[in-house]
Ligand binder design. Structure first.
Ligand code: MN
Length: 252
């Protein structure tokens, strides 16, 4: 059993260490993670410059790239063979609703799934890790890893897991919800008198959608959302078959 562990908070994150330690009870764990915090880089892949991977401890690699780079380097270069499972996290902060496309944590699991490997992302709904709030996230991650190893996951499918930081009211199978963010961009001046801009991005709420990841966390439950890599909207596809593209072909 070989498990690749990565994250987007960086190789020094307590969440990653706790996760890797727990999963090492299930098999061999290799950590390949960014050398610094790369949160919100999404599914970015580095193509314009070479990457370095420093083995800072046995089986722990710090990479000067993105979480998606780490999954690529791990599977194609650093691991002795293809892993049986890829786990990304434990992220400091939840990744629900619209977050999944921004999140380096979630997109590392997405990348592993595109490579045909079972994977899940796990995030903890907190600003700061503590021994207490990490305990639940870590033990649940280990149990879920065991389940995935036993049951497998369908092709093109991975799991996005969010863990409450307080008392846990249960485990809910959920759908991706809808978060609302403030649209503030702060404009200020640097010491040389030039404008700089800083995207605010603070959450102002979420849509009340029963069965969603956001609602589950509000109810104090662990949220498990199956996500797919193929984003084709089948309903719209069927509707758009009635569009007459032929008329455009006549113009171009
Ligand atoms: Mn992060």
């Amino acid at each position: 059993m070989l498990i690749l562990v990565t994250n987007d908070d960086g190789v020094r994150s307590f969440g990653l260490r706790s996760l890797a330690s727990a999963l090492s009870e299930l098999g061999q764990v290799v950590v390949v993670a960014p050398d610094r915090n790369r949160s919100a880089v999404g599914h970015a892949l580095t193509l314009e410059h070479p990457l370095r991977a420093e083995e800072i401890k046995p089986q722990v690699f710090a990479v000067d790239g993105t979480p998606t780079d780490c999954v690529n380097l791990g599977i194609h270069g650093l691991l002795p063979h293809r892993p049986d499972l890829v786990v990304s996290g434990i992220n400091c902060g939840s990744n629900m609703g619209d977050d999944v496309s921004y999140s380096g944590t979630v997109c590392a699991a997405l990348e592993a799934t595109l490579m045909g490997l079972p994977a899940f992302a796990v995030s903890l709904d907190t600003d700061q890790f503590s021994t207490e709030n990490l305990a639940l996230a870590t033990s649940f991650s280990k149990k879920l890893a065991q389940m995935i190893i036993q049951k497998g996951l369908p092709d093109e499918t991975f799991l996005n897991v969010n863990i409450p930081s307080g008392p846990c009211s249960g485990i809910q199978l959920t759908r991706q919800g809808k978060r609302h963010y403030g649209e503030s961009v702060v404009c200020n001046q640097d010491p040389r008198g030039r404008n700089y801009y800083w995207i605010g991005g603070s959450e102002v709420g979420f849509e009340d959608i029963p069965g969603s990841d956001c609602n589950a966390l509000q109810q104090g439950a662990i949220s498990v959302t199956p996500l797919r890599t193929n984003m084709t909207n089948e309903k719209t596809y069927a509707d758009m078959e009635r569009w007459s593209f032929d008329s455009i072909v006549g113009v171009i």
